[in-house]
Design a protein around this ligand. Structure first.
Ligand SMILES: NC(=O)c1ccc[n+]([C@@H]2O[C@H](COP(=O)([O-])OP(=O)(O)OC[C@H]3O[C@@H](n4cnc5c(N)ncnc54)[C@H](OP(=O)(O)O)[C@@H]3O)[C@@H](O)[C@H]2O)c1
Length: 208
């Protein structure tokens, strides 16, 4: 199965590497194809780099490793998105990381679904710092990945992917529950970067 990862930053590079190591075929897309190719070359086996449109075309499941404000424009130029599974990992944060710019009655994920109505958007991984994407960084702890979506087959696909990467997928309900998951991601950023914990922290839901 071929997976596209759009973006070569902290999250894009981390998931591209983790997915390639898990034996998925990964195509990394970037607005500068040379940048994607360089990251792919560094990863080695199972990874290739391309432009953004080509990456979307090559894969049925696309991880959007982009800042939230860039996503709508990228999707508008991405070609036919019918039935594609778009994994939204974003936390729509302000420039100083102190506020969410979207919320309460909607979410980044719902806005992305509205921008790409023929695609199937799944919210996932927004509470996992890039530093914890490599399995060895988790030191045998199984971190929860909250997954919200309206399409059962798409959420099942993303749950399987999370499991393959060594996470514990948690069904977080319909896509509109992203309104609640994105603030959890924001609280994680507060713990990680403003309350002294560092980026080796992740939230877990306990059932007693
Ligand atoms: N970092 C984390 O630990 C973490 C954890 C959970 C969720 N997230 C979410 O993951 C997403 C990516 O975060 P990140 O930390 O990987 O960010 P990042 O390191 O800044 O990387 C962003 C990537 O998006 C590309 N990009 C930016 N603007 C673009 C545009 N207008 N069109 C096309 N490509 C564009 C950048 O390209 P250039 O290199 O050319 O700028 C870069 O490759 C964000 O939505 C964030 O909220 C991050």
């Amino acid at each position: 199965m071929k997976i596209a990862v759009i973006g070569t930053g902290n999250i894009g590079a981390a998931y591209a590497r983790a997915l390639a190591e898990a034996k998925y075929e990964v195509v990394i897309g970037h607005r500068e194809p040379g940048k994607a190719a360089a990251v792919a070359q560094e990863i080695g086996s199972n990874a290739e780099g391309s432009g953004i449109v080509a990456a979307f075309k090559l894969a049925d499941l696309v991880l959007l490793a982009l800042p939230y404000p860039a996503i709508a424009e990228v999707l508008a130029g991405a070609g036919d998105l019918t039935s594609k599974v778009l994994v939204d990992v974003s936390n729509p944060v302000s420039a100083d990381f102190q506020d969410l710019t979207v919320g309460l009655t909607t979410s980044a994920a719902e806005q992305i679904q509205a921008a790409a109505p023929s695609a199937r958007v799944v919210k996932a991984f927004n509470t996992i710092f890039a530093a914890l994407v490599p399995a060895q960084a988790r030191q045998s702890k199984q971190l929860q990945v909250f997954i919200a979506g309206d399409d059962a087959a798409a959420t099942a696909q993303v749950s399987k992917l999370a499991k393959t990467l060594g996470f514990a997928p948690v069904n977080a309900g319909p896509l509109c529950n992203s309104r609640f998951l994105e603030p959890v991601g924001m609280m994680n950023i507060q713990f990680g970067f403003f309350l002294g914990v560092g980026p080796s922290t992740a939230p877990a839901w306990l059932h007693i």
